[in-house]
Design a binder for this molecule. Structure first.
Ligand SMILES: [Zn+2]
Ligand SMILES: [Zn+2]
Length: 265
């Protein structure tokens, strides 16, 4: 059996990852992967927006780094992608980014609720000032808009607000359902992201419940380690595959030039 593609890999250009793309690729080859994709944090229209993404002027360096990895590892299929922040009002910028390079896919991720990047450990104290349900509700509202926007092939780490283990005391099922219905209508895939296992929540993003609902709604899936170091490539994919299979999934997506193909895993 070969692994499904690991479609969520970062590079040092986002200032909080280590290892060059070619080192991530070497690790993937060693693990027996046949396909991976780089999806580093995309630039914002203004550099200095925050401290955890590449500057716009580094976009060409990013592409060159991925191309170097492709040259060094011809036996491995390596996709060129971005993890793009969805923020209302940023749609024209995202469309502009899309024209800059022959991307294979865009992962649409929500990190910001208003001006707060809710997964930033330096802003953990913000959680004390908010009702968790309000945050989750706003988060899934943004995720639903991201799915409907037509700007992305994949939605990243769908229940990121659980990162620090802070949960609402109300049932969030209606929020999940609304997002998943939008994803199904728009043919947007949802990723199973194993980075959650390395955080306080100790659980894949998204939860078993959301994966099961996604299956019921006919939402396709991808897999991602969200690796920020070569040693994290493909991490916990055994668990992610088990979760997907348990929910009834037998297929995952591959992307080339932003076109989707379904493949069995
Ligand atoms: Zn992310
Ligand atoms: Zn990421």
């Amino acid at each position: 059996m070969s692994w499904p593609a690991d479609y969520h890999l970062h590079t040092p250009l986002c200032h909080h990852a280590t290892g060059q793309p070619t080192e991530y690729a070497a690790r993937a080859v060693a693990l027996g992967f046949t396909e991976i994709g780089f999806s580093d944090h995309s630039p914002m229209p203004t550099d200095g927006f925050d401290e955890w993404r590449m500057e716009f002027s580094r976009l060409e360096d990013y592409v060159a780094g991925v191309q170097q990895a492709q040259k060094d590892h011809p036996q491995l299929t390596i996709k060129l992608a971005l993890e793009v922040d969805f923020m209302p009002g940023q749609e024209p910028w995202i469309r502009k980014l899309a024209t800059r390079h022959p991307w294979d896919y865009f992962i649409g991720s929500v990190h910001y609720v208003g001006s707060w990047d809710i997964d930033n450990p330096r802003k953990l104290s913000e959680w004390k000032k908010h009702d968790p349900y309000e945050v989750w509700s706003m988060y899934f509202d943004l995720l639903t808009q991201a799915a409907e926007s037509g700007l992305f092939e994949i939605i990243g780490h769908a229940d990121l607000p659980k990162k620090f283990g802070i949960y609402p005391d109300r049932d969030c099922t209606p929020l999940f359902e609304r997002f998943l219905q939008a994803a199904a209508r728009a043919d947007v895939a949802m990723e199973l992201n194993t980075a959650g296992l390395r955080k306080d929540c100790r659980e894949i993003y998204p939860s078993r419940k959301i994966v099961q609902l996604a299956r019921q709604h006919g939402v396709a899936i991808t897999f991602g380690s969200d690796a920020h170091a070569p040693g994290e490539v493909g991490m916990n994919f055994t668990e992610a595959l088990a979760l997907a299979r348990e929910a009834g999934y037998e297929e995952t997506c591959k992307f080339a030039s932003r076109k989707r193909e379904m493949v069995r895993f």
